[in-house]
Design a protein. Sequence first.
Length: 122
Amino acid sequence: MLDHDDRSRDLITRVFDGADEGLTRDDVLDNITLYWLTNTAVSSARLYWESKLAFFQPKGVELPMGVSAFPDEIYTAPESWARKAYPKLIHYKRLSKGGHFAAWEQPQVLAEELRGTFRPLR
């Protein structure tokens, strides 16, 4: 995870410089330990290695969808692309913080986004 991309590495390593937002040292250690003990680091990267799909080609997903555009993501999806990829897009929001590991870095923000996205479907 440290070498996933430069921004993710910065977000992960900043906890060792005393940053008090986002990840903690225990978060990093727990995650590395989980991959190490279950021997799943290679298989988790396999999707990236073996994918032959046009990654950024809109797929036309016909389910209600929401997009939370995190600014530190490797590629932050613009709303115009999201509307092509997801014809039934019910929520789009550009957020002020978070990146590729948003569920790990900003769990409260992501939880609020999920609730807000699917609240109209209840």
